[in-house]
Structures are given as C-alpha cells and as structure tokens.
Unconditional design. Structure first.
Length: 194
C-alpha cells in the first residue's frame, strides 16, 4: 500500500485508515448512499472500523479517504482494487460520498486522481469500473466520461435485499486516458465553480 496522498483542486485522496471510520460512518450508514454497494451497510462505528480494516488489509487494494480541501472534512472513500501490476490492470470501486456532496466536483475529481495514479504513476494499461444494472445514474456518468461499456456479467452478485444483480462493466485503456482525462478536468472545473 502506498503512503502517498493524491492532491487535486477540490480534494485530497488520503491513504485510508481505521482512524477515518468516525468521519465515514455517517455516509456509510446512510441507506441511500449505500444503496448500490454490494457489501453490507455498516450499522455501527465498530462495523465501519471492521470494514475499513478488511479493506486496507487487502494487498490488491489501494484505498483512500476523500478529504475536501476547503474544510479538511473527510467526505467519502474510493479504491483501486484487484490491482495486478504484472498484468497492468485494476478496478475502481468501493466509492461512496456523503449525500451533501452529490453533484459536486468531488467524485469526478476522485476518479481523475485515481486514473492519473493508475495510468501515470503505476503504468497500468486498463482500468475497469462496474455497476449494478439498475444504477442508471452511474451508467450515464461512465458513458459521459467516455468509458466503454464492455458487457454484462449476468447474476453476478447478491444485492443486500437478497436479489441477484447483473454487473455492467465499463473500462478505459491507457490510450483512451488522455480523452477521458480532458473530460474529467472539464467536469471538475465546471462543478468547482458552481
């Protein structure tokens, strides 16, 4: 796990630590924030600490707390996971933000920072993102950024309500990264001035 933070215009991605649990528990325990997450929603601060502890212990992950620069508040979390340096690939996921931050520049800039880290620092060739087939907002956001819809893994996971979820896979390759980067930079700039 890298100990480096990633600095943007509106957020800093800090290496995730159990000490972030108190700041992250309100959003992680919000049913609307957690609606599309495949893992069980933490119901207590202790469960949030346990979840973060498991996340940071996974050697195939680089997990971050998202800190808003204006007030230094930790407003969410995001991760690179299934990181395979030999094959040059990873996924971005386990991303959530406090509901008050939805629609702002924070998620877009977090993606910008993670993709830049993946492609420019780690030299990866491919980043994938996946979403629930019912999460239309996420699908539209990925399409807007220029990610390619690769396909659907049918009955891929169990949702929290016990129903089966199809997972839609999107990806960006290193040669597509400059175009995606430009779209993200434009999006962050537009949202940061609102």
């Amino acid at each position: 796990m890298s100990n480096d933070s990633l600095l943007g215009r509106t957020v800093r991605l800090l290496p995730l630590a159990v000490g972030h649990a108190e700041a992250l528990f309100p959003s992680a325990s919000d049913p609307e924030v957690w609606r599309w997450m495949p893992r069980p929603r933490p119901g207590s601060l202790i469960e949030t600490r346990e979840m973060i502890s498991q996340m940071v212990a996974d050697r195939t992950r680089r997990c971050f707390a998202v800190q808003r620069l204006t007030d230094k508040a930790v407003i969410g979390s995001t991760s690179l996971y299934e990181l395979d340096l030999a094959e040059g690939r990873a996924e971005i996921g386990a991303t959530w933000f406090d509901r008050s931050c939805w629609g702002g520049p924070y998620n877009a800039e977090s993606k910008l920072l993670l993709l830049a880290h993946a492609f420019d620092d780690l030299g990866l060739a491919r980043i994938a993102l996946r979403t629930d087939n019912l999460n239309i907002r996420s699908q539209q956001a990925m399409t807007r950024l220029g990610l390619v819809h690769e396909g659907t893994l049918r009955s891929h996971m169990v949702r929290q309500d016990g129903s089966r979820r199809d997972s839609l896979y999107y990806s960006v390759l290193v040669d597509e990264w400059p175009s995606v980067r430009d779209k993200l930079v434009t999006r962050v700039a537009a949202k940061a001035t609102v």
